[in-house]
Design a binder for this molecule. Structure first.
Ligand SMILES: Nc1ncnc2c1ncn2[C@@H]1O[C@H](COP(=O)(O)OP(=O)(O)OP(=O)(O)O)[C@@H](O)[C@H]1O
Ligand SMILES: [Mg+2]
Length: 257
């Protein structure tokens, strides 16, 4: 049983021009995600959803100015990026990065070794990766390709879920993993996520713009994210209301307040 707890989190982002003042993006985020729970975060473009996921993962460009993030009571903000991964946090990025010259198979094995604290036994590892790739309908030839290099949008997303499958985190953050997937890929990817949830009893933070993925991956909670904060939390029915009416009732309230 694990708990990721975010309290009154404020985050600035460094601007590309290093002389410019950092901009305040997150303005007091409160969120608790426990093992076995699925939380969907929905909100307008630019509201800070990816910033939240980067801050949890420890991206150096994002500076936490106040508030806290803990995993089972341990201070996540004190941890380096790889310590966070070892502690059981995982982020599937909205825009997965390409790593030319590093093969997918090398990358996965190195990541699994780092997270598990020892190199997986080769025989088991080959079987494990093969099963995971088959389940996600990933062609074996991808193993020898450079990480994400030249992958289509949907192929990149599929490989994020392959990492999720192999790294078995306690809490997984999926930032728009559904964006750009065709209908069949959406099903395959969702099944991969559900398999992870069942096997590991993982906690899930699912950032999405669309309710269609929520038909496959049932959320326990839906949060509306506006202007750097969670402004409303409810059950799955909230997603349908958002699909129907958009964010106007929340954005106008945020502007007025
Ligand atoms: N380096 C930067 N310089 C200036 N502004 C930035 C920088 N990085 C992020 N921002 C701004 O922070 C805000 C939040 O961005 P973020 O990516 O977190 O939004 P989001 O909610 O994930 O949006 P989307 O739904 O489009 O993915 C945006 O207005 C963005 O332009
Ligand atoms: Mg985003």
């Amino acid at each position: 049983m694990s708990t990721l707890e975010i309290r009154d989190l404020h985050v600035n982002v460094a601007q590309t021009d290093a002389d410019a003042e950092p901009i305040n993006i997150l303005k007091g985020v409160d969120l608790t995600v426990k093992s076995g729970e699925t939380h969907a975060i929905m909100g307008p473009n630019g509201s800070g959803k990816s910033t939240l996921s980067y801050a949890i993962a420890g991206h150096p460009k994002y500076e936490v100015t106040s508030g806290s993030i803990t995993l089972d009571g341990e201070d996540v903000l004190e941890m380096s990026v790889d310590e966070r991964a070892r502690a059981g946090l995982f982020l599937a990025m909205q825009y997965p990065v390409e790593v030319p010259g590093v093969s997918m198979s090398n990358f996965l094995r190195t990541a699994a070794t780092a997270v598990r604290g020892e190199a997986p036994k080769l025989r088991h590892w080959v079987k494990e990766t093969k099963e995971a790739m088959t389940a996600l309908e990933i062609d074996p030839s991808f193993a020898e390709r450079s990480v994400n290099e030249g992958f289509s949008g949907g192929e990149k997303k599929r490989h994020e879920i392959l990492q999720l499958d192999l790294l078995k985190p306690k809490i997984a953050i999926l930032d728009e993993t559904d964006s750009g997937l065709d209908v069949d890929a959406l099903r395959v990817v969702s099944e991969g996520v559900n398999r992870y949830k069942e096997r590991e009893n993982g906690g899930l933070l699912l950032i999405t713009h669309y309710t269609r993925i929520l038909r496959y991956i049932k959320p326990d909670y839906v949060h509306v994210f506006v202007n750097g904060r969670v402004v409303e939390s409810a059950g799955p029915e909230l997603a349908d209301e958002l699909e129907e009416n958009g964010y106007v009732r929340f954005t106008s309230a945020a502007a007025a307040g």
